[in-house]
Write a protein that binds this ligand. Structure first.
Ligand code: TYM
Length: 336
């Protein structure tokens, strides 16, 4: 029997899980779980790159794990685990650190954006080292499992390219060490935009909660957020992300959740107004969130989650240890 191809991905446990995370990443995990062998984790180590309250972090980790299952990941098919429970992630990350340069990390746009934010707050004295080295931990998360694909949204493309470059560099230096992974980016919804400022990505770290939809938002709040989403004054429903970013974003959200192509959505909304568009978006988002939340509140206090996470961490550890043993041998860290 032909073995399944493998996928690895994760979401950072900095805050809530957004509709952007769902459409850009989780929806694909769920769709592909039959076809691929999957390792999906809660990136809790990535969550400490900027300061975070310890109780909040603990809550985020558990909540994110429950959300993965509530969104439809089947614990019998997908390995869902907590990043820090597999120590090899940090071990490989150090080895990658020693094979990377500050120059290539400085070029990462996420680092530039995030360090710029600190500079804007006059905090040039406080740009955490972790912000710079963050993509190396991400590369380790990936390379440990020899995946064929990494399902992510568009914002992670550059990090995957860096991962590939590091893998190729180390393969040249040490012999065949890593499998070269590819990104797997959805055709529709790879970058859901901020509802208030639709030229920016929807982000869980936004300071304005009206900018994003959390999968755990109350449905009444979601309604308000979508109603107040920024559009334009043309009242023409057309997909044109450059000139009509707000309307295009609502079209993309609808297209992804209604499983219709952008063309079909444009046709469906032709001759309709923005009020109608927003009401239809509210409908598809509410149906999705209600389903997720019903499952989530049933799951969050059950003991099942811990059992599933532990079983999957064991499976992940098995692969990770095998890989690290090869890496340690090849680069000469094993003295035996
Ligand atoms: P994070 O936590 O920012 O986002 C998790 C996933 O959601 C996607 N995403 C979006 N997709 C569409 N529209 C948006 N507005 C949007 N916002 C986020 C992201 O592209 C991502 O796929 N460093 C990663 C987490 C990570 C990881 C990994 C991912 C750690 N190790 C290894 C893959 C493989 C991050 O911060 O994603």
């Amino acid at each position: 029997m032909k073995s399944k191809k493998r996928m690895v991905s994760g979401i950072t446990a900095t805050g809530t899980v957004t509709l952007g995370n769902y459409i850009g990443a989780i929806k694909n995990f769920v769709k592909l779980q039959e076809e691929f062998e999957m390792y999906i984790f809660v990136a809790n180590l990535h969550a400490i790159t900027t300061p975070i309250d310890k109780l909040k972090l603990r809550e985020n980790i558990k909540s994110m794990a429950a959300l993965y299952f509530a969104c439809g990941l089947d614990p019998n098919k997908v390995n869902v685990f907590i990043q820090s429970e597999v120590l090899e992630h940090t071990q490989l990350s150090w080895i990658l650190t020693c094979n990377s340069t500050i120059g290539e990390l400085n070029r990462m746009t996420q680092f530039k954006d995030k360090s710029q934010k600190q500079k804007n707050k006059n905090r040039t004295d406080y740009i955490p080292t972790g912000l710079l080295t963050y993509p190396l931990l991400m590369a380790a998360d990936i390379l440990l499992y020899e995946p064929d694909y990494v399902p992510v949204g568009k914002d992670q493309k550059q990090h995957i390219e860096l991962t590939r470059n590091l893998a190729e560099r180390m393969n040249n230096k040490y012999g065949n060490l890593f499998k070269i992974p590819e990104e797997y980016i959805p055709e529709v919804g790879s970058k859901i935009m901020d509802l208030q400022n639709p030229t920016n990505k929807m982000s869980k770290s936004s300071e304005n909660p009206k900018s994003y939809i959390s999968l755990l938002d109350d449905i009444k709040i979601v309604e308000k957020k979508i109603k107040s989403a920024v559009t334009d004054s043309e009242n023409l429903i057309k997909y044109d992300p450059i000139n009509k970013p707000g309307v295009s974003n609502l079209i993309v959200i609808y297209s992804s959740l209604a499983n219709k192509s952008i063309k079909e959505v444009e046709l469906f909304f032709s001759n309709k107004d923005y009020g109608f568009l927003k009401n239809e978006v509210i409908k598809v988002v509410s149906i999705l969130l209600k389903e997720i939340q019903d499952k989530y509140y049933n799951l969050i206090n059950s003991n099942d989650i811990e059992t599933w996470l532990e079983k999957s961490a064991n499976n992940a550890r098995y692969l990770a240890r095998k890989k690290m043993s090869k890496v340690m041998d090849k680069i000469g860290l094993n003295y035996k």
